[in-house]
Write a protein that binds this ligand. Sequence first.
Ligand code: AP5
Length: 251
Amino acid sequence: MSSVVRPRRWLAGPGHDCEPPPSTRRPCRLVLLGAPGVGKGTQAGLLSSRLGACQLSTGDVLRGAKRLAACDRSPAMELAIAAMSRGELVPDEVVLEIVRERVDCLRCHGGFLLDGFPRTIAQAEALDGMLAAEHLGLDAVVSYDLPIERIVARLSGRRVCPGCQAVYHVETQPPQTEGRCDRCGGPLVQRDDDRPDAVRVRMQTYEAATAPLLDYYVARALLVSVPADGTPEEILDRTLDALDTRAASRA
Ligand code: AP5
């Protein structure tokens, strides 16, 4: 099993290299879809370790902007940060600018796992355009499904490391030392958009803006639905089986 690729080029922007370099095996290019808290980031980490492709999370880039000193933030960043903490989507033009600046990550020979992008039809159409310009296509769009009550329980127990973006859960995936990141030793925090009021807005926003992407990708014969119950490893195995089945049916 290869290790998770740390996508520094994605997180820090152009001019940075990933560690370790992405694998040179046949690249896998996936979009991971699903409601907030369903476990997309957890699966992206496991899939990265298995497939050697980078996890490209727009949420992680936006949270990175939040850690900048106020004087280093552009007006667009301030708007994005305010939208995130209310649980709303960041405007398409801001997100698309972030992704366009990082288009190298889409053409990377290691492939990619897009986590949290696209989230609207306009973003999906823009992604299609960026990939077409690079003569690339998606292998599949994996949609993770779980009833909303179980998702809310996952979100309320989530703790994250602001330093290295590792994700934990107080009950199902606790760190070895309470409140400390296993990976880098940093303090773990609760995300401010995991407050109940912001979670409600995120779920409504998902239904209104992001759920229509399921039909968008069904129409393009790319959607693979994966039940998101069970342990992260069980869901990983289910995802890999579903991708193998899809690849075999298209061979
Ligand atoms: P983003 O960071 O993308 O958040 P999200 O989509 O809301 O998803 P989450 O990160 O909350 O959850 P996840 O599905 O990754 O679950 P996780 O693996 O952590 O976006 C945040 C905000 O940024 C948005 O609201 C928006 O404002 C903005 N934004 C980002 N991208 C944007 C875009 N493209 N356009 C516009 N705005 C954008 O798991 C959750 C918890 O469950 C964890 O504690 C985990 O340990 C636990 N868990 C995971 N799997 C399991 C399991 N199998 N069993 C038990 N527990 C589990």
